[in-house]
Structure formats: C-alpha cells, structure tokens
Ligand binder design. Sequence first.
Ligand SMILES: [Zn+2]
Length: 229
Amino acid sequence: MRHLIFCGNGCFFLCLEVRKSNIFEAVKESVTTRQAAEYYGVQVGRNGMACCPFHDDKHPSMKVDRRFHCFGCQADGDVIDFTARLFGLSGKEAALKLAEDFSVRYDAKGHDPPRRRPVKRKISEELRYRQAEQKCFRVLCNYLHLLERWKVEYAPQSPEDELDDRFVEACHMIEYVNDLLDVLMFAELKQRVKAVDMLLKDGTITALEQRLRRLEKEVQHHGEERAIA
Ligand SMILES: [Zn+2]
C-alpha cells in the first residue's frame, strides 16, 4: 500500500492509514514483550517466566517472549497490549511510549521502513531508574492497601473508644501516600525522578519495606490480631 502515498492528494487518507499502522509495526518489530517487561521493572527469569503484573501472582505464571501469555489469568497479547495494560494506556499511547522509551524510529510520513538506533547505554540508565520507580510504587501501594484496611478494621466502634494507633496512622497517612502515588503515576518525568530520588535517599522506602515485611511475618506467626506496628 505504501507506494500509493506518492499518488498525490487523492491518496491522503491512505497516507494517514499507513502512518497509523506504521508505528505499531515498527514497535512490534523492534521490541519484544520480554524486553519491555524487563525495561519496565518486571523481573523475568532465564526461562522467560515472570510474575504476572496483571493478577496477584506469587509464583511466575506469565511467559514473556515476543508476545506474552499468563497461565494464571489468561492475559495474552503483544508488546503493545502488555505496555498498554501495565500503564493503563490506549494501544496508540502504548505504542508511542514504547517508541520513545526504546528509541524506535518510525517515519511519521510512512515512507521508510522502521529502523532502530543503538540505545544500549541509555537503556541501562533508564532501566535503573525504572526499577527504582517501580520499587517505590510497589512499596507505597502495599502500604496504602494496609492503611485502607486498618482504617476500616480498627475504626472506633463508639465515641468512648480509645483510638487505635493503626486507625490514627491510617487517617494521617492515606492522603499523603495517595499524593505520592499520584506523582509517581502522573507527574512529568522530572518531578517523578525527584520524588523517587527523595524517597530512596531519605530511607523512606527501605524503612517502609522492612516494616511491611515485619508486619507480614507477624501476621503469619501470630495471626492478624497481634500484628501491631
Ligand atoms: Zn496473570
């Protein structure tokens, strides 16, 4: 179809169609789901198995290669589907993100075949940041879920009840943690980098991660009731 582009104005619509499909093709040709998964912080084993980011997966049940398939929740698709779902994007947005993150060249006019620049060095730097961001996100999400549970479970039953520390903490922290997650999800890159840097440098994430792990162990050993922070 591409040669039709040169036919003149009459083929403008066709040009647009080629443009549209071009980025999808370019991305799918240049980036495997496995590369994208690793780049966005999903750990993939040597056998290509990973913990599925789309369901609560304790043991790796997702196979990632050029495409992906989860044997747990049946999630399935190509690199664009994967990225779209991971970040809650449309297919087009995911393709654009992949093109940017992996420096995939696609000719907006649809003339050239897709090409890819060597970007190894850039990837390793970005990968490090992505993993840091992913870690902050994961720890904060876990903390938020815990706080939301505490806010309900330990809410005072009557006005005379003494306030439970967990309830108080939940009331104080939920909004703050939500705001942090908003920044990590939606802010400009510059702001996100700053937030991740701050969270990791001041030890917030490490301390929180250790505390959550300790709480989880206490819950396992003594049951929910004695899991006091
Ligand atoms: Zn799954």
